[in-house]
Design a protein. Structure first.
Length: 235
């Protein structure tokens, strides 16, 4: 979706926050975002490693436009990497295909079953670095050609949908399990409850601050181009 959004053919889509630096025709919505609260992407390996050892390793990442990749660069600096599907990363680490893997989505919870271990916690680092702001990972965006009022209405309807789902978790999970990639309901429920939180309902001041801070830090280090961040009006 990150790559598809670079060609503005979609009216609405979900993207990594990082991708917003490269999609000037889209406006970030305030509802439906994925923000970690003192948790987020993790770095894994088969054995403990120092920061210096990690920096010298080939690291599997889930995509160049993922927020996880940008956050890890902010944490340890630029590094040698190989891009692969996020679900393939644990096995690539376990088998020795790569030294280190940057893990996102539900594999943040299931990596222990893959015979690998956590060696860095990017979410905890961000929490400390930002003074307790949520970890900005994913957002929904809408084509600016649709206009401010329609964008606001859609954002509001999406927010109401999220509130309904949070009030009806068993039914919402029944639907979500169609896209569970073979993971257990227990694990998916834990993952959903972690990432469908109050900041998902409305990013609010804290979510917006987190997004802006990440991009300010990234611009200072030359990791993203200079761009105008567009966020829909408050809900």
């Amino acid at each position: 979706m990150n790559k598809k959004a670079k060609n503005p053919e979609l009216d609405v889509t979900a993207v990594s926050v990082h991708a917003c630096a490269y999609i000037p025709n889209y406006v970030m919505l305030r509802s439906g975002g994925s923000f970690g609260i003192n948790y987020g992407p993790i770095v894994t390996a088969t054995k403990p490693m120092t920061i210096e050892e990690i920096k010298k390793s080939k690291i599997a990442i889930p995509g160049e436009m993922t927020s996880a990749y940008l956050l890890l660069q902010l944490m340890i600096g630029k590094f040698d990497y190989v891009e692969m599907n996020f679900s393939d990363i644990p096995e690539a680490v376990r088998s020795g295909k790569v030294d280190v893997g940057l893990v996102i989505h539900e594999t943040q919870l299931s990596f222990g079953e893959e015979g690998i271990q956590k060696i860095l916690d990017v979410g905890e680092w961000w929490h400390e670095k930002s003074g307790g702001l949520p970890v900005p990972l994913g957002v929904n965006v809408m084509s600016e050609k649709l206009g401010e009022e329609l964008i606001y209405k859609f954002d509001k309807y999406l927010q109401e949908s999220i509130k309904f789902a949070r009030d009806n978790i068993p039914d919402a999970l029944d639907y979500a399990m169609k896209y569970s990639r073979g993971k257990s309901r227990e694990l998916i429920e834990k993952f959903v409850l972690m990432y469908v939180n109050e900041v998902t309902v409305d990013m609010g001041e804290a979510g917006e601050k987190a997004v802006r801070l990440m991009f300010e830090m990234a611009k200072e280090k030359g990791l993203v181009p200079d761009f105008e961040l567009k966020i829909s009006k408050p809900l």
